[in-house]
Design a binder for this molecule. Structure first.
Ligand code: HEC
Length: 193
């Protein structure tokens, strides 16, 4: 084997394929790889370019791992919030009322509207059917979400979710309005017909 290589070098290459570079008695021979190896090598380089652009991502192609991860997290979040919302939105009415009552007590509504919603020096009576800002469910939701800061009613859209506010509105309309607390504050606004 060793002999063969030496023979080959001596007989053929030294004359024809000599690059005529010689350093310290070592000659550089022109000994190219076979064409198929070169081609294969070029193909792999080309492939790596395409692969890199596709999977490390040109801006916003959304194929790279980071944006793939981000979009799957976003999708999951959306799914969860939709599930939570539709669950709350499709609760049977008694459950909506119970949930609303709990929020009414826990979130400090009682501070201004009284423990039974009867109203006090600050906030109006929520048990009578007289309304300053409208009696429709959407109007009540609007009042709770946006508040009436200039009149002393806190906005709640930052602290409560849409479905929690809806539960509050259902609780007020279906449970408070029909209740008749003994110490209710005098009606304010217009009667709901
Ligand atoms: C800091 C005191 C305060 C707190 C806390 C408060 N409210 Fe009010 N609320 C008011 C006042 C004052 C008004 C009257 C606003 C007006 O005159 O337009 C009001 C009005 C309302 C109305 C509309 C009444 C109407 O006649 O149109 C609803 C419904 C209501 N509040 C629900 C709630 C709920 C539910 C909570 C708890 C999440 C809450 N409020 C917490 C002070 C408060």
């Amino acid at each position: 084997m060793d002999e063969n290589i030496t023979d080959k070098n001596n007989e053929n290459n030294e004359k024809e394929d000599n690059h005529e570079h010689e350093y310290d008695g070592i000659k550089e021979l022109n000994n190219p790889s076979p064409m198929w190896v070169i081609l294969l090598f070029l193909v792999t380089i080309g492939f790596s370019g395409i692969y890199a652009v596709k999977y490390f991502g040109y801006p916003n192609n959304r194929m790279d791992q980071v944006s793939e991860y981000k979009s799957s997290v976003e999708a999951q979040k959306l799914k969860m919030s939709m599930a939570a919302d539709s669950k709350a939105g499709s609760l049977p009415e008694p459950a909506m009322i119970a949930a609303g009552e709990k929020i009414f007590k826990e979130k400090g509504c009682i501070a201004c509207h009284g423990a039974k919603g009867e109203g006090n020096a600050i906030g109006p009576n929520l048990c009578d059917n007289y309304w300053i800002n409208g009696c429709k469910q959407e109007e009540i939701i609007q009042t709770i979400a946006e508040g009436r800061p200039e009149k002393g009613m806190t906005p709640y859209k930052a602290t409560l979710s849409g479905s929690q506010i809806k539960q509050l509105a259902v609780f007020i309309k279906k449970s408070l309005v029909v209740s008749k607390p003994v110490n209710g504050k005098a009606p304010q606004g217009v009667e709901c017909k």
